[in-house]
Write a protein that binds this ligand. Sequence first.
Ligand SMILES: [Zn+2]
Length: 211
Amino acid sequence: MADENTLSRRKFIGAVAAVGAVGLSACATNSQPSSRLWAADRTSGKLPPRGEFVVRNAYIVTMDPKLGDIPNGDVHVRNGALVAVGTNLNAPGAEVIDGRNRIACPGFIDTHFHLWGSFARGVVADGDFDYFPVMSKLGPVMTPEDAYASARLGITEAIYSGLTTIHDWSHNIIDGRYADADLRAPTASPEVGHGSADGRHGSHAGHDHAA
Ligand SMILES: [Zn+2]
């Protein structure tokens, strides 16, 4: 028997992505038509206007010990900032996003992401196909455009997994074009504000890359 409260994985990810918009410029959702998306101003580097919306009647996981979970609550956001979290919020003029049968929670932060290697997700495995043997072969033959495409893929994956902040460990910079490609990818994604921190460390000793 179908249970109204049972979320499919697809719905859950969709819900997380919807609330991920809190930390981003604007995230496309079923109830947020693409016409409401704005491109970032690449010349000034300023974030686009992020509008005002209220997610209504969602299961709110606030992660705030005082507020706890709110089984049937609202989240009101204006220009990227939380205005209020609670029940039956008064938000005249705000775009309404239907949160029924969805979970609303803060965007996730991934402190260790390799955008340049996103294309290899599913390629890396155990043994001889471990992260370092594989990536040390693939990295040197990548072009700057490969790096750019891989970064776009990684950013898209991040958004649809509910990530709103990532630290990009960018360590396949063969020359300046690779750095430019890595930096170009977030600003080319209209739903992303360019606030990412690039890590260009040399050592990965001890890191576990399950990809
Ligand atoms: Zn790493």
